[in-house]
Design a protein around this ligand. Structure first.
Ligand code: AMP
Length: 144
């Protein structure tokens, strides 16, 4: 069994949290932010992350995880409406062997349509103007 490495404050999502890198944010509060995945597996693919520096489910405080789950549910309901989705896929990966690539805990919220497969992970970078329009749609659904 491999030991779990320490949290790396230079990971991409920590840099987004500090405002060092841009993101198409759709929701934020004092504990969590949600923003669009730049390589969406389906339109509207959103990531929900805690502000607390947790690597993944192995080290996050249970109360922070609970709040991430609460917000993932809100985003799922909004995404279903905003993208007229038939269903929602939730994914969350832990450590490299578990499929994790960015080592700050995140929950994927992916709107799905019947019969339409997800793109493979990291297959294509979405155009910024498409992401901006999708983020706007999600923000409106979250506000309403
Ligand atoms: P994973 O760690 O396997 O759960 O996946 C990390 C996810 O982060 C992938 O879906 C990437 O497309 C996504 N991603 C990587 N860099 C960024 C970024 N700068 N902004 C938004 N999403 C990102």
């Amino acid at each position: 069994m491999t030991a779990t490495p320490a949290y790396d404050p230079q990971n991409i999502f920590a840099r987004i949290l500090r405002g060092e890198l841009p993101a198409h944010t759709v929701y934020e509060d004092d504990k969590v932010i949600a923003f669009l995945d730049i390589m969406p597996r389906c339109p509207g693919h959103t990531l929900v992350i805690p502000r607390a520096p947790a690597r993944n489910i192995l080290d996050i405080a249970p109360e922070d995880l609970a709040h991430v789950a609460t917000v993932a549910k809100k985003v799922a309901i909004a995404a279903k409406a905003a993208f007229a989705a038939d269903g929602i896929t939730i994914q969350q990966f832990n450590e490299e062997a578990g499929g994790q690539v960015v080592f700050h805990l995140h929950v994927h919220v992916i709107p799905r349509h019947s019969g339409e497969p997800m793109k493979p992970p990291a297959s294509a970078m979405e155009k910024p103007e498409v992401l901006a329009e999708h983020a706007q749609r999600l923000r409106a659904a979250l506000a309403g």
